[in-house]
Design a protein around this ligand. Structure first.
Ligand code: GLY
Length: 384
């Protein structure tokens, strides 16, 4: 199968455009299958993965009408422990996987009604989420505001430290022989109706895994460009006291109708997120976006006022037209697409890598991936 053992020349089995969590996971798994792999990214791990909170939360993040995605997310959550174990073994680098569960809480009566509705929806889907009253919420998280009305405990929704994860993936890739080229991808090479590589590299498979930038490569005909848009997320990192943490588990909340989440790491970092804004490629922080996050978080957890504000940043989630990922063969031979993971890039990285590696090695994707076919938006419709 290999076209070049070293992968360091101008030909390889697989060239991956994008060195975020998706691209690096694919590159690592493909290299473990004996394929020669080159990753192109001017700054690996600096895109959406760098900003992500790393919640692995299929149940608390379930959305109406996204039942297919829920099934994939649940599979992904089950896959996580073994993926992390293998990655940590390969690199000797802990990635901060914490199986501490998630508490979703409501602040006022309207927030409580929304949470009750979420519970009905979750129960109807057979998901495990346990209603807890206000007193039980504060037993679980003693620093929550006394005005919290109640909540849902979801013991299966966890987290991983997304930055540690990406750093470990980069190391695992290098150890597995993946060549990381720190330059921006420019133009795809097309011969006839086949993609044959990019920027002077000949490759059997060209994988687009560049998040919301995946649709911007020169050389690809319009019908083969993945339709992906950026969804802006302003996000804040706080630095807590490791000895006396203010939170034991992920907390999600509606505070007067606005959703927020707090993801506490074992090393004291708390990630507070996030806005969700359709603003194109705008990466500016705003007073309103960050101010609302901080204000809502303080209402929910008054002790946060004493905690160090370490970082504010903006990530661009890659959203597809139906907000479900695009995982599979692209619209031309030789082209593979792995983008559009939107709110679930960290969670879906292992299963995406498994599916794409299977596609490259065997020419098939696992059952159920037809729903995430990258070509579903451009397929001709049959006139009635
Ligand atoms: N999954 C969290 C977010 O997209 O903000």
């Amino acid at each position: 199968m290999s076209t070049s053992r070293s992968g360091s020349g101008h030909s390889c089995d697989v060239v991956v455009v994008g060195g975020g969590v998706i691209g690096l996971s694919i590159a690592w798994r493909a290299a473990l299958r004996g394929l020669t792999v080159i990753v192109l990214d001017p700054a690996p791990g600096s895109g959406a993965s760098h900003h992500a909170a790393g919640m692995l939360a299929p149940v608390t993040e379930v959305h109406y009408g996204e039942e297919d995605l829920l099934r994939l997310n649940l599979t992904a959550a089950q896959r996580y422990p073994s993926f992390v174990a293998e990655l940590e073994q390969a690199t000797g680098t802990p990635v901060g996987y914490r199986a501490t569960g998630t508490l979703a809480v409501a602040f006022d009566a309207d927030d409580k009604a929304a949470l009750d509705e979420l519970h009905r929806y979750q129960s109807g889907l057979g998901l495990r989420s346990q209603p807890v009253n206000a007193r039980e919420c504060r037993q679980l998280e003693p620093f929550l505001a006394t005005s919290v009305r109640g909540g849902l405990l979801v013991e299966g929704d966890h987290q991983v430290d997304s930055r540690r994860l990406v750093a470990a993936l980069l190391l695992a890739c290098e150890r597995a022989g993946v060549e990381i080229r720190r330059n921006a991808a420019r133009a795809v090479h097309v011969v006839g109706d086949r993609v044959v590589g990019i920027d002077g590299i000949s490759a059997g498979h060209t994988v687009l895994a560049a998040g919301c930038w995946s649709g911007q490569l020169a050389g690809l005909p319009a019908h083969a460009q993945p339709s992906v848009r950026p969804v802006k997320g302003q996000i804040i990192r706080l630095r807590d006291d490791v000895e006396h943490p203010v939170l034991a588990r992920n907390v999600r909340a509606f505070v007067r109708g606005r959703p927020i989440y707090l993801v506490p790491r074992a090393d004291g970092e708390i990630v507070l997120g996030a806005t969700s804004e359709e603003q194109g490629f705008d990466t500016r922080l705003t007073v309103e976006g960050t101010g609302d996050l901080l204000a809502d978080a303080r209402v929910l957890l008054p002790r946060l006022g004493e905690i160090v504000l370490a970082e504010m940043s903006v990530g661009l989630r890659p959203g597809s037209p139906d907000n479900a990922p695009m995982i599979g063969a692209g619209a031309m031979a030789g082209l593979v697409v792995a983008t559009g993971h939107y709110r679930n890039g960290i969670l879906l990285a292992p299963v995406t890598a498994d599916a794409i590696t299977q596609l490259i090695v065997d020419g098939t994707t696992p059952d159920g991936y037809e729903r995430f076919d990258p070509c579903r938006f451009t397929r001709a419709t049959v006139p009635v």
